[in-house]
Write a protein that binds this ligand. Structure first.
Ligand SMILES: C[S@@+](CC[C@H](N)C(=O)[O-])C[C@H]1O[C@@H](n2cnc3c(N)ncnc32)[C@H](O)[C@@H]1O
Length: 237
């Protein structure tokens, strides 16, 4: 890929920003939930459950959401943290976040914050849009902005889930997506110095059933077939 293509790749979400919600529409997604906030809500719950299991208090943490896009998760979960910030290479996506605490990433691999600025960093449905050649460098920069002892949570679509595969294949926003198996996500984090803190699978059940039977998702969280997964790692002290 030449420099111009690389630049286009970095800004590709500028072209989607105006109709982002429309572009995500899919009959299977709609059958899963009519409420687009459900997907962000589940991520918030997965993070909260992880912190509770670890005996960590997110209210003491500064949180950075890398690839925050239009900031839906940030708006929903910022109250859980001491502070929150976001960054994304797409200025057009950020413009729609309506959040002053966001910065544009000038390159796909440089996080626009100083070293050791955050106790928690998330990247939600970002890495499948990052060129494989850039993934190590992005992860290294995430490691840089975390304090020692800080946590990185990478959330990704699970290629082992056939329904996820169908939705991704026909979603225009995912035309260039290269999904990562959970074990690749874990290796990527490990290569840049993160210690593995486990992986949770989620989005097994549609919204109605998740609300009625929340214990099912809890029970299945180690079963590697959920629609998405979250790989947790920490930066050693
Ligand atoms: C599918 S959207 C997800 C947005 C948001 N995280 C969410 O869950 O709603 C993917 C986002 O990743 C961003 N992105 C793509 N390449 C990136 C990179 N190298 N670093 C950070 N973000 C990137 C895109 O601009 C886009 O906003």
């Amino acid at each position: 890929m030449n420099a111009v293509d690389h630049e286009d790749k970095n800004r590709e979400f500028d072209g989607f920003a105006g109709q982002y919600r429309e572009l995500l529409k899919d009959p299977i997604r709609e059958a899963f939930t009519k409420d687009s906030g459900f997907f962000a809500e589940r991520k918030r719950q997965v993070f909260a459950a992880f912190f509770a299991r670890q005996g960590m208090d997110p209210h003491r943490m500064r949180w950075l959401d890398v690839g925050c896009g239009q900031g839906e998760l940030m708006s929903m979960a910022q109250a859980d943290f001491a502070g929150s910030a976001g960054c994304d290479p797409s200025a057009e996506m950020l413009a729609r976040a309506g959040n002053p605490n966001v910065r544009v990433q000038r390159t796909p691999t440089s996080i626009p914050y100083p070293d050791e600025s955050f106790e928690f960093v998330s990247a939600v449905c970002v890495y499948h849009h990052v060129l494989p050649a850039d993934r190590d460098a992005l992860t290294r920069d995430i490691f840089r902005v975390l304090v020692p002892g800080g946590i990185f949570a990478m959330v990704e679509h699970n290629p082992l889930n056939p329904v996820t595969q169908i939705i991704v294949r026909r979603c225009p926003v995912d035309a260039d997506a290269q999904l990562l198996l959970g074990r690749l996500a874990r290796r990527l984090m490990h290569r840049q110095g993160f210690r593995n803190m486990g992986m949770d699978f989620f989005l097994f059940l549609p919204q109605g059933l998740t609300r009625r039977f929340p214990w099912v998702e809890k029970m299945l969280r180690k079963f590697p077939m959920g629609g998405q997964y979250c790989s947790f790692g920490f930066k050693p002290k």
